[in-house]
Design a protein around this ligand. Structure first.
Ligand code: SF4
Length: 378
């Protein structure tokens, strides 16, 4: 949407007349934050477009907002065109793209044809579909020319990526994207364990630009809970498929805490699985029933229990992160600086570097110590 508006001659500015609030509905909290953002934007902008999953799931979540708020309940492919058309082009203004030049998120796939019982995404994003490989590869060339050092391939269910006409699947896309001249780093945003197979692992390992980092949603470490969730794997499968990456890749994950059938024993299995898989950073999501899903009516685990389990999981995650970070002490790494004094190493571990280092620079560093926030460069 940003690029589409910039192409029409609009300009990004702190006091813009138009705001776009791209919303999330993956939890109840995400939706209510989205509404708050829309209400806030409506006070400071002449026109506000509410787009994305929240707008598609529940337009009534945005009911009662001021008349300058437009809720756009459209598919992602149609949204930029609609917003641009509604705003109207200002043809003669020269676009000044104030894009983040460090890391580009290149969307290659949208939607999901899986049907996890708790998940609202297939309802709001529709079935899986992929961009043409040639479009993706051209966009990466363009991003590199703009000065981006890192590209993250994104999608709702990336492993479903297919361009059948051109004969591409995700492993081939990784190989060809990684061969883009000038691209320093390539990562995947997230991948389901069902898609972590030999072909993908070989593509990741054999493509020099690929960072040794993989985000693989676990959701639960208990087989009965995984079944109740409608996930399509057992914990043994999860561990077996990640085993070849465990020694050198930084493995991160998402876990839902307090799913309806999760008791203390099941949660203990999750903590064990996190450790056995060698996961570091875990995003813990307290379970939140979503309208239209199979488990929409079930939410028996008390909020206090979810909170306590989330805190235990976050503590385990922090311990695992610290343990990984400590292995970097005395060793060299290359950090892509993405904020003042901060950046990410090759495996997406966070580093704290000197504040005089320029944003967008790749700097060679040596680990001196660790803090709660990352590895301190010498
Ligand atoms: S695979 Fe992911 S996006 Fe698809 S239904 Fe399951 S949780 Fe939702």
């Amino acid at each position: 949407m940003r690029e589409r508006l910039l192409a029409d001659g609009h300009r990004e500015s702190e006091d813009a007349q138009v705001a776009v609030v791209n919303t999330c509905c993956v939890t109840h909290e995400a939706l209510s934050k989205s509404r708050k953002e829309a209400a806030r934007a409506a006070r400071t902008h002449a026109r506000v477009y509410v787009t994305g999953c929240g707008a598609n799931l529940a337009a009534d979540a945005f009911a009662g907002l001021p008349a300058n708020v437009v809720v756009v309940a459209k598919r992602s492919e149609e949204t930029p065109e609609f917003v641009a058309g509604d705003v109207g082009a200002i043809g003669c203004v020269q676009a000044d793209a104030r894009l983040d030049r460090v890391r580009a998120f290149v969307k290659v796939q949208d939607g999901c044809s899986f049907s996890c019982n708790f998940c609202v995404i297939p309802l709001v994003r529709g079935a899986s579909r992929s961009r043409r490989a040639s479009d993706v590869l051209h966009e990466i060339v363009r991003r590199v020319a703009q000065g981006h050092r890192e590209v993250v391939l994104t999608g709702i269910n990336l492993g479903c990526y297919r361009d059948r006409t051109a004969g591409f699947d995700l492993p081939r896309l990784v190989r060809e994207a990684g061969a883009t001249p000038g691209l320093e780093r390539l990562r995947l945003s997230s991948i389901e364990i069902n898609h972590v197979d030999d072909a993908l692992i070989s593509a990741l390992r054999e493509t020099p630009a690929v960072s040794p980092h993989l985000h693989v949603p676990l959701q639960s470490g208990d087989d009965a809970v995984l079944r109740a969730m409608g996930r399509r794997y057992t914990i043994a499968t999860y561990l077996r498929r990640l085993a070849p990456l465990r020694d050198d890749f930084n493995l991160t994950s998402d876990v839902i805490v307090g799913f309806p059938t999760e008791d203390d024993r099941a949660f203990a299995n999750t903590l064990r699985a996190v450790q056995e898989a060698g996961l570091t950073k875990i995003h813990a999501f307290p379970y939140s029933p979503r309208p239209g899903t199979a488990t929409a009516q079930d939410d028996p685990v008390p909020a206090a229990v979810k909170k306590e389990r989330s805190a235990r999981l976050r503590a385990a995650s922090q311990d695992a992160c610290l343990a990984r970070w400590r292995t970097k002490i005395g060793r060299d790494d290359v950090v892509l600086v993405d904020r003042t004094g901060r950046g990410y190493g090759d495996d997406y571990s966070p580093w704290l570097v000197g504040s005089d280092t320029g944003i967008g620079e790749l700097v060679r560093v040596r680990g001196a110590a660790v803090s709660e926030e990352g590895i301190l460069a010498a």
